[in-house]
Each structure stands twice: as C-alpha cells, then as structure tokens.
Design a protein around this ligand. Structure first.
Ligand code: NAG
Ligand code: NAG
Length: 191
C-alpha cells in the first residue's frame, strides 16, 4: 500500500515535470494579451530643412535615374532618386542653429508637368528634449504647391509608435540648381 502511494507520487511528479516542459517550450511568439492603454500626447515641431543640391558639399545627391530622365530640363526630373542628409535648423537663415538632420531618399515620381517627390525620410533630432528621437515620413510631396501636407508614419525614441502630419511651405527655392529651404510644422501624436 505504501509502495503504491510512492509510485503514484512519482508518476504525479513526472507528469508535472512533463507539463512544465511543454508549457516552457519556447515559441517565436509570446502570449497575446490586451494592450495597456497609454495616454496619447500631441507635440508640435517647427524647423527649417535645407535641401542643398549645389556646391562642393551638397546635402542632397542624385544616386540614380532612368535613361529617359537624361535631357529633362528640370532639376529633379521623373525617375531620379536622391539620397539626402539635410540639416534641420531652428530658423530660415543658413547660420541658424542646427537641431537635427533629415536622412533618407526621395524620388521624383510624377510623369505630368507638376513636380512630385515621394519621400522616404527619417528626421532625427540632435539637440533639446527630443535629442536621439526621430520621426519617419513616407509620403508624396507635391513640391510645386505652396503649402502641402506629408504623412508621419512612425518614429523612434520618444516618438515610437508616432503618427501625424507635417505642413510644408517652401521658404526659398532656386529653380536653376534646385536648392531649397522648406519650413516644417509637424503635428505628432505619440506616447
Ligand atoms: C541659383 O542657382 C544658379 C545656378 O547655380 C546661380 O547661378 C544663381 O546665383 C542662384 N540664385 C540665387 C538667388 O542664389
Ligand atoms: C503649426 O501648426 C499648429 C497647428 O496646426 C498651429 O497652431 C501653429 O501656429 C503652427 N505654427 C507655425 C509656426 O506655423
């Protein structure tokens, strides 16, 4: 009788170990649980982007274009792709304080007479409260319109999970070489 109890206890112990082993088996996904509701905040960001194509040290360089693009007279003809590392400044003057940089790509993406860029750009901040954080813009940008809006689709650091939009205004444009200073007013929803 005592011996049987010992065996049963051993079997129970083994079963517990076996079940524990099953539940501890590692999967590539976690258990799904309801998301904790965080309070959403809204922040406005205001700065000027300097997109400089001319000179010895341009901040935007053409990295590719289609064969048919050659011969087009505009600075950014259809099919041309630019890589950028544009400074973001507090004000519109070339010696205003740099507060960050915009890095990524834009592609000239309209076959019509209007110039339309599509942007794949990360705007990172290097000073102040949002130092080390950035916002991601993926959007078309009809640059010939005086005022336009682009979509903020995400972010990093304090802007993780961000969404929002940016209103863009051309502050300065040299149509010959394409140099431009763009005013940004960003509304960003984040946690
Ligand atoms: C615009 O760009 C052209 C070509 O680089 C240059 O000759 C001209 O001086 C520029 N205009 C201004 C206002 O800077
Ligand atoms: C930026 O946009 C916000 C909201 O749309 C507005 O209240 C604010 O005055 C704008 N700032 C500038 C400098 O245009």
């Amino acid at each position: 009788m005592k011996k049987n109890m010992e065996i049963t206890r051993l079997q129970t112990g083994l079963l517990v170990l076996f079940l524990a082993a099953i539940s501890a088996r590692s999967e590539y996904y976690s258990k799904t649980t309801p998301r904790v509701q965080l309070k959403e905040k809204v922040t406005n960001l205001h700065f000027f982007l300097f997109d400089i194509l001319s000179g010895k040290k341009p901040s935007a360089v053409e990295v590719a274009h289609a064969n048919i693009t050659i011969g087009d007279q505009s600075a950014t003809p259809f099919g041309s792709v630019y890589a950028i590392d544009d400074p973001l400044r507090e004000g519109p003057h070339p010696n205003s304080k740099v507060i960050g940089n915009a890095r990524g790509l834009y592609v000239s993406a309209s076959q019509d007479a209007d110039l339309c860029l599509v942007m794949y750009i990360d705007y990172g901040f290097t000073t102040g409260r949002y130092k080390g954080s950035s916002i991601s813009v993926f959007s078309r940008n009809p640059v010939t319109e005086r005022q336009r809006e682009v979509a903020v689709v995400g972010g990093r650091g304090q802007f993780k999970m961000a969404r929002g939009f940016a209103k863009l205004k051309t502050h300065y444009l040299n149509v010959t070489n394409g140099d431009a200073i763009i005013e940004y007013n960003v509304t960003v929803f984040h946690y």
